[in-house]
Design a protein around this ligand. Structure first.
Ligand code: ATP
Ligand code: MG
Length: 380
């Protein structure tokens, strides 16, 4: 617990963010709306966050001069977990960093992440770390059928191979470059949910309602809130997420992905993201505060805002897949509806699987929101 409470950072202080993708863009909008100024570090001259930033440091994430300038900010946060831990440590010597470099380092490594989930007293899928081909032995057999995941740098289902036996595992390990991996037992998933925790300290912590997530081709497609699961399971999911944040003494916005497993609907922790999350984008339109406002508040040392869900909703991701050969998708399909909220990230190039935007469909209940979101998405 913090012995010396630090004074909150107030507008018009300059806030910094590592990464200028869509999460950085929505962070910048929230911060600017509240009267803060924003500096973004991102090597892409067309980074989505750049349009909303006061300062865009267009440089590599480990560029010494850019980091020195970022260190001048009153506080710095991050929008993606694959940031160089050294850069984070360097920044932490000069300015307030949230989340901490340690928390980010844990979340970017599946081996450490799983160890911490267990240390927090929570369940993971049965797993085994594969460091070299020598680790592929009879001890793996209880895990088949399994998924081999690279320990670092995986996202949107990349760096993952399903394997049914040792021969396939050998091949998959080689295909993934022989790098350290985690072999995970395939679970009987009945659903996937995520909880976003907003934590300043042990006393000041709030969760958003659990989101029910549907993936297509390994990428999040829809998040329905409230999740169509028993109340007590949803409460338990929130409790687990707080338990994990407490174990890490986490400061900031933490997304915790969970599996609902088997007929007993057991909750298993899959992974965490040390930042706002795609499954929390509905908070922009359907909650008392957004996950990006929370990110601003917490990095500034302010207590989390109200997380109440104001209306049932469904967030639908818009991938590059829906772009026609020439021109744009038919945005009227979403914009003509009074209860759908469109968010586009300003990315210049549409590519298959690339997250280009999302929309949030509001409705009187979760089923209707999901049905309408699917309908409007297919009309794009
Ligand atoms: P993202 O960045 O989108 O969260 P990721 O690349 O980090 O994805 P995971 O979240 O580990 O990867 O896995 C992606 C998806 O694969 C999960 O959402 C789930 O649908 C499926 N999956 C992963 N692990 C298991 C498992 N042990 N059993 C069954 N399905 C799994
Ligand atoms: Mg995941």
């Amino acid at each position: 617990m913090n012995a010396t409470p630090t004074l909150p950072i107030l507008p018009p202080a300059m806030l910094g963010i590592l990464g200028g993708g869509q999460l950085g863009r929505m962070f910048a909008v929230a911060a600017k709306t509240m009267g803060y100024r924003v500096t973004v570090l991102d090597p892409d001259p067309h980074a989505p966050a750049a349009e909303f930033a006061d300062v865009h440091l267009c440089a590599a994430y480990d560029d010494a001069a850019a980091l020195a300038q970022l260190a001048q900010c009153a506080a710095v946060t991050t929008e993606f977990e694959n940031v160089n831990a050294d850069s984070m440590r360097q920044l932490a010597q000069h300015t307030r960093m949230s989340p901490s470099g340690e928390a980010v380092a844990i979340a970017q490594d599946r081996e450490q992440e799983k160890a911490w989930i267990r240390k927090a007293g929570l369940n993971t899928a049965p797993y085994r770390v594969i460091r070299s081909a020598a680790d592929i032995n009879e001890e793996c057999d209880t895990l088949f059928p399994a998924i081999l995941k690279t320990a670092t740098l995986g996202y949107d289902g990349k760096g993952q191979v399903r394997v049914a036996d040792r021969a396939q595992l050998q091949q998959a390990f080689a295909d993934l470059g022989g790098k350290r991996c985690v072999l995970e037992k395939m679970l009987d998933l009945r659903g996937e949910i995520s909880v976003i925790v907003c934590r300043l300290n042990h006393e000041q912590v709030r969760c958003f309602d659990a989101a029910e997530n549907q993936h297509e081709n390994g990428i999040l497609a829809y998040s329905v809130v409230p999740a169509r699961l028993p109340e007590n399971l949803q409460r338990q999911a929130q409790q687990y997420a707080v338990q994990l944040a407490d174990a890490l003494d986490y400061v900031g916005v933490l997304a915790v992905e969970m599996f609902v497993v088997g007929e007993a609907q057991e909750l298993i922790i899959n992974e965490m993201a040390p930042r706002p999350h795609n499954s929390g984008h509905h908070t922009l339109d359907a909650c008392a505060s957004s996950q990006f406002q929370q990110q601003v508040r917490l990095m500034c040392g302010l207590p989390p805002g109200d997380t109440a869900l104001l209306t049932p909703c469904c967030m639908a991701n818009i991938l590059g897949d829906v772009w026609p050969q020439d021109g744009e998708p038919d945005w009227a399909a979403v914009l003509n509806s009074a209860d759908a909220h469109l968010h586009l990230y300003g990315k210049r190039q549409a590519r298959i699987g690339r997250k280009m935007g999302h929309f949030t469909q509001l409705a009187e209940d979760a089923d209707t929101a999901y049905r309408l979101a699917k309908q409007r998405h297919s009309a794009l």
